[in-house]
Design a protein around this ligand. Structure first.
Ligand SMILES: [Zn+2]
Length: 405
């Protein structure tokens, strides 16, 4: 089947194009700027903007969560700890009703380390049974040797990239948590790179971020929130060419700022079920001492220093104590917060499209270009000048399969 979208403003993942026409055939983009073929179904996009499908670079997900993401125009979620590897990922990739997904599998952390403190007493982090095998368990490691032993097992089980936790619990209200020490981090990065996997680090403090950067990680799944940035930490991240997924929405929730005001937007609330709406209207509130203005200033400084910024939400499950965020919806909230931090709307949109695709080696998506996957989003208005127009959702194409939003 061939579809031609005509009269669209086109943001290709990097720039606004002069062309106004895109043709897709099957699951691919086959023409940009040319006329509609005689047999094509024509979609008149006058007054609307066509963008690459959005990418959320920090989630913990499931089939229902991936379905919700797609309803918000998110065509790919990148899981940063979870069970969406192997067969679960393959099944997801074949399901046109849900976003596509990549996953780190489970992250390296010491016994009792983050995220153990988030779980009720008696429960420990790990995955649900998968039907095709035992429940995945957290790779608990405390030494370089254990890290080097675990990483090939994670790769074997389908981890698309490796995640490490560097968290002493300061901002979760659990100071004194055990966390990976420098030699273990160093060894983990070397082993992951040897096996061709990039490494991402969870770090919420300046010190933990510095340790991860010293080890040579490729990216940070949060921006630190314990204190204002210093020139040294900004320079360290820039010099290392590390990317940052700031998850400003998550930091705000950690500080007790709810998603209540964002949920007032009927374009958000109308797409969420009661459990997710209640979660979005809640907040995590474990670090009331934090200052959102500091985080916004850090994001601005990283941007000025040329650090790649990626949109991420840290959405997981719809429970109030992990609230303030919701799959799909919070990608749009994060875009608005990046603009509030000082990015232009076009720069923010790059952070949800071409930049995550480039940093995670997803060469088939994140841009509107010949031969790429037809992961596309059509919204009314012009989000390249007014970022909130990303919520004027009209149609998403997921590998060429259209869905009205
Ligand atoms: Zn997370």
């Amino acid at each position: 089947m061939t579809t031609t979208i005509i009269n669209a403003r086109i943001f290709d993942g990097q720039h606004v194009l002069d062309s106004t026409t895109v043709t897709i055939e099957g699951d691919r983009i086959v023409d940009i700027g040319g006329p509609a073929p005689a047999h094509a179904e024509v979609v008149d996009a006058r007054g609307a903007t066509l963008l690459p499908g959005l990418i959320d670079a920090h989630v913990h997900t499931s089939v229902p969560a991936l379905a919700q993401a797609l309803r918000f125009g998110v065509t790919t979620e990148l899981e940063m700890q979870g069970a969406m590897t192997g067969d679960a990922q393959r099944r997801a990739s074949e399901n046109s009703d849900i976003a596509d997904v990549r996953s780190s599998g489970f992250a390296l952390t010491p016994p009792g380390g983050h995220p153990s403190e988030l779980f009720p007493a008696g429960e420990r982090p790990g995955g649900p049974p998968r039907g095709d095998g035992p429940a995945p368990v957290m790779p608990f490691v405390t030494t370089p040797e254990e890290a080097v032993t675990w990483i090939p097992r994670l790769v074997e089980a389908g981890s698309d990239y490796i995640k490490v936790m560097v968290d002493d619990g300061t901002v979760e209200g659990h100071p004194g948590l055990p966390y990976l020490d420098q030699p273990t981090l160093d060894a983990a990065v070397i082993e992951a790179h040897r096996l061709g996997r990039i490494v991402v680090a969870h770090a919420l403090t300046v010190d933990a971020t510095a340790s991860a950067v010293q080890a040579g990680v490729d990216g940070l799944t949060h921006v630190f929130m314990d204190r204002p940035h210093t020139p040294e930490i900004i320079a360290a991240l820039a010099d290392a060419k590390a990317f940052v997924v700031p998850c400003i929405v998550l930091d705000a929730s950690m500080m007790g700022l709810t998603g209540e005001a964002f949920a007032e937007d009927v374009r958000v609330s109308s797409r969420l079920d009661p459990a997710w709406l209640a979660a979005l209207r809640s907040s995590i509130a474990r670090y009331p001492a934090g200052r959102l203005d500091d985080v916004l200033a850090t994001v601005a400084a990283l941007h000025r220093a040329g650090v790649d910024l990626l949109v991420g939400s840290d959405a997981s499950v719809p429970v109030p104590y992990l609230g303030g965020v919701a799959h799909g919806a919070s990608v749009h909230h994060e875009l608005q917060l990046l603009v509030r931090a000082g990015l232009t709307p076009v720069e923010a949109l790059r952070a949800a499209t071409s930049v995550p695709a480039r940093r995670f080696g997803l060469d088939d998506r994140g841009r509107i270009a010949l031969g790429l996957r037809a992961d596309l989003l059509l919204v009314d208005g012009d989000p390249t000048t007014d970022i909130s127009d990303t919520l004027a959702l009209r149609t998403v194409w997921r590998a060429g399969v259209a869905r009205s939003l």
